[in-house]
Design a protein around this ligand. Structure first.
Ligand code: FE2
Ligand code: FE2
Length: 330
């Protein structure tokens, strides 16, 4: 991540979320894992971050999430368990693999599925701190060999850094991927799915409904775009990712755009938001497809060519806003 004083922390969080979703998608394609599932899981991995660190222990315990000593001492670690809970309760996700990928995104775990490893590593590739991660080149080289090599490389780096505390899951991961140690399967209790409705006070206090709306709209838009793309001979993968990413700057308010335009020297004669989205996709996420970048920059224009990526992305956007969508009924 580069330093950007012109974006709010909320927008930075969304950029991190979509960035991890995008890298998870890319890694999933590389390692033959369901890429849409990877995008959704990667995007939702930090849902627990909606609760500020100093309130996480109280909130987690109030909804029946069991914590260990390490999590009580370093509340930052609690966001993984809270995130899994929010994914279940807010997004109705029941897929254990997706829930585990959120639960283990900070530490990984021995015997992890490919999806768990992918979201774990995507979060490290698209870290949420300033500058380039010092391990990035080594991690990317290790990923050219395998996901396990990627896990091993990063875990070695992490183990040799200044770890304040070692979470039990991290200890098992290091043992498994670096030292090839065997462990008995982790207690099933750790994987249990909590039931029940989310307390309305929590929903309101932590803007969980807004977060749900934002991500749900993005996933639906991307889904519709890939359906539409398949009917109009447009690359479905580019349609899915591009449609998701046009939403990455949604949290920027209109009155913030002028300041951003002056900082980045953008052309104020044409819409600022699409220019910014395209620049962030290129510089932040490393997207090189000219068609995708051009589409992000031109959205939401509707071109006459129905077989273009821009037409698919723009039409699916209009469609996701209507209650009865005809794309899926065609
Ligand atoms: Fe996280
Ligand atoms: Fe993260």
């Amino acid at each position: 991540m580069k330093w950007r004083g012109y974006l709010t922390p909320v927008t930075e969080n969304y950029l991190h979320a979509y960035g991890v979703g995008y890298i998870s998608y890319v890694l999933a394609r590389k390692f033959h894992v369901d890429s849409v599932k990877a995008f959704v899981t990667g995007t939702l991995h930090d849902l627990g971050g909606a609760v500020p660190a100093d309130e996480r222990v109280t909130v987690a315990e109030s909804i029946g999430i069991s914590l260990n000593d390490e999590e009580r001492e370093v509340p930052l670690l609690v966001h993984a368990k809270l995130g899994k809970y929010f994914a279940q309760i807010l997004f109705d996700i029941t897929d254990e693999d997706m829930l585990n990928a959120i639960l283990f995104h900070t530490t990984c775990i021995d015997r992890a599925s490919d999806l768990v490893k992918i979201v774990f590593l995507a979060d490290k590739i698209r870290w949420d701190r300033n500058g380039t991660p010092p391990y990035l080149n080594g991690l990317l080289a290790a990923l050219e060999i395998s996901l396990d090599d990627g896990c091993s490389y990063f875990l070695k780096w992490l183990w040799n850094s200044d770890l304040y505390i070692v979470h039990p899951y991290l200890s098992r991961s290091y043992g498994a991927y670096v030292r090839q140690q065997q462990y008995n399967p982790i207690s099933l209790q750790d994987f249990s799915v909590l039931q029940g409705n989310l307390n309305e006070n929590l929903v309101e206090k932590y803007y969980l409904h807004d977060i749900y709306q934002e991500f749900h709209r993005t996933f639906y838009h991307a889904h519709l775009a890939s359906v539409l793309a398949s009917k109009h001979s447009v690359n479905t993968e580019e349609a899915y990712v591009t449609s998701a990413l046009v939403n990455m700057t949604n949290t920027i308010k209109d009155d913030e755009l002028e300041t951003i335009a002056s900082v980045l020297n953008l052309n104020v004669q044409v819409p600022i938001r699409p220019q910014l989205t395209s620049i962030l996709a290129r510089d932040e996420y490393g997207i090189t497809s000219l068609e995708m970048l051009k589409t992000l920059k031109s959205f939401p224009q509707i071109p006459s060519n129905h077989n273009s990526l821009l037409w698919v992305v723009a039409m699916s956007w209009i469609c996701q806003k209507s209650i009865k969508c005809e794309v899926e009924d065609e």
